[in-house]
Design a binder for this molecule. Structure first.
Ligand SMILES: [Zn+2]
Length: 399
């Protein structure tokens, strides 16, 4: 246990402290994948690199001026830099946006329904929704001078490199001061860069039918990403290098794009993989928070596997069953009907606002003893999954 704990600490030190924010496409991300590759190679595994190209964003600063009052604002990720002035047009709903004939020279101020959550970017490969597509289409057609989203949602409302105007998200407390026809002056900086990277995977045991054991190693550019998700990567690396996964029919996959607009690493790995040979997946995302239990959700798991997992959770201290959540890398499998297990922290969605993707997601929030305990429990969970899933017939999925 202490050896595992020590190795977890070493990996966290490198990924969080030495490297820090590691968005796909950036030099820091390539440093992170080089480190992971070296750890796996040194341990005698043979990591496979699936290359990709993408775009990453170097954040800048911003301010918004209205009626002679100037306040600092955060540019939306991937916002083009700009220094623009325009009259405010306030819009609450999609039908109001679509009804606008023109917005040339205007600053669209999106509130309420139009700013209730993040707009899916066009580049995201796994999901689109009609209202999101219509919103993007209207924004492209109107080509406003800038967009100010007014929202207390935990993520910026726009994060889309294909939207050509500068934008920011401001809290509702500030948004209350904006009125139709106000002259707004928005200044934002930052840059979008092309970049490349790799998705890393490594086969541990023998046999074609296998479990994917995965965690994403990338982070948003705004965070050192300790809890989300270096903690999971550190646990998997420690298990792999100390031989605790030996003999299990596992493919270790360090996804590189879960927190990225185009899921570049996920797409690269999927293109290189025959999913018929993937019997199930176990994804770790957001583990090891001090003072919290670890949650396990079963998705697309047939009986008796679901019951066996519930019994496993009941037998293990510090674990709790959670409702299925269709996000993160387990969704790639569950949405195709491949049984998947999602491991995270109890009540994780309530924690997202204040911690995930922020500068506060540092080593201090993690409990290394807890991470070592999770690492100690995982082989028995994987044995259960391997026994119940890899001997069964191939899954049916839509590719
Ligand atoms: Zn994550």
């Amino acid at each position: 246990m202490s050896e595992v704990r020590e190795r977890i600490g070493q990996h966290l030190q490198v990924l969080v402290q030495d490297i820090g924010a590691r968005p796909p496409g950036s030099p820091a991300n390539r440093q992170a994948t080089a480190y992971v590759e070296q750890i796996l190679t040194t341990a005698g595994h043979r990591p496979v690199a699936a290359p990709f190209t993408t775009r990453w964003w170097e954040p800048g600063e911003g301010h918004l001026e209205v009626g002679g009052v100037r306040v600092g604002v955060a540019p939306n990720p991937y916002s083009p830099a700009g220094d623009v002035r325009g009259r405010a047009v306030l819009l609450r709903r999609l039908d109001q946006l679509e009804a606008l004939a023109t917005a040339t020279g205007a600053v669209l101020v999106l509130t309420d329904e139009l700013a209730s959550g993040q707009l899916l970017p066009a580049a995201f490969p796994f999901l689109d929704l009609p209202e999101h597509r219509r919103t993007r289409d209207a924004l492209h057609r109107l080509a406003p001078a800038a967009v100010v989203a007014v929202s207390d949602h935990w993520e910026p409302i726009l994060e889309d490199p294909d939207l050509p105007f500068p934008s920011t998200t401001i809290p509702t407390e500030l948004g209350r001061d904006l009125h139709p026809g106000d002259e707004l002056h928005l200044v934002v900086s930052g840059a979008v860069h092309p970049g490349d990277g790799v998705n890393l995977s490594a086969r541990i045991g023998d046999g074609d039918r296998r479990l994917v054991l995965c965690a994403h190693l990338d982070s948003k550019v705004t965070t050192p990403g300790a809890f989300d998700n270096a903690a999971s990567v550190a646990v998997l690396l420690a298990l792999a290098e100390l031989g605790h996964l030996d003999g299990l029919p596992v493919e270790l996959v360090l996804f590189n794009g879960e927190d990225h607009i185009d899921a570049c690493g996920e797409v690269a790995w999927l293109a290189a993989t025959d999913l018929d040979q993937v019997a199930g997946a176990c994804n770790l995302d957001g583990i090891g928070l001090a003072g919290r239990r670890t949650s396990l959700a079963a998705l697309a798991c047939p009986e008796p596997v679901a019951s066996e997992l519930a019994a496993w959770v009941a037998r293990h201290d510090g674990w709790v069953a959670a409702e299925p959540w269709i996000e993160s890398d387990h969704a790639i499998f569950a949405m195709r009907g491949i049984p998947a297990v999602a491991i995270t922290t109890e009540d994780v969605h309530a924690l997202l606002g204040g911690l995930a993707h922020t500068a506060d997601d540092t080593l201090e929030v993690l409990d290394r003893d807890l991470l070592a305990r999770i690492a100690a429990d995982l082989p028995s969970l994987l044995t259960l999954l391997a026994t119940s899933l890899t001997t069964a017939a191939p899954n049916h999925h839509d590719g």
